[in-house]
Design a protein around this ligand. Structure first.
Ligand code: ZN
Length: 89
């Protein structure tokens, strides 16, 4: 078993921050944005921590993990846009 988080966009692997049993995806420094329903939510480890993005184009599959590099690409390509922050509730 390797404790890595893998970006589902570019396939790059990152060292995982936490081992969370039962979680299908992981958080790592530089790779912690996850598709949740029709949003992309930045989690701890990402420069986009607590930031919520909305899809402008067709959403990626739920649970998709996206690294910060791919997030920049998605934003610049107009696929997603920042729509607010998570209030932690
Ligand atoms: Zn990536």
């Amino acid at each position: 078993m390797t404790d890595n988080a893998t970006c589902n966009c570019c396939g790059t692997t990152f060292d995982q921050l936490f081992s969370e049993e039962g979680r299908k995806s992981s958080q790592a420094f530089g790779c912690a944005c996850e598709v949740t329903e029709d949003r992309v939510v930045g989690h701890f480890g990402s420069v986009h921590d607590m930031t919520v993005f909305a899809f402008i184009t067709a959403p990626l599959p739920e649970g998709h993990l996206i690294c910060d590099t791919c997030m920049v690409g998605l934003i610049e390509a107009g696929h997603i846009r920042e729509c607010g922050t998570q209030d932690g509730g």
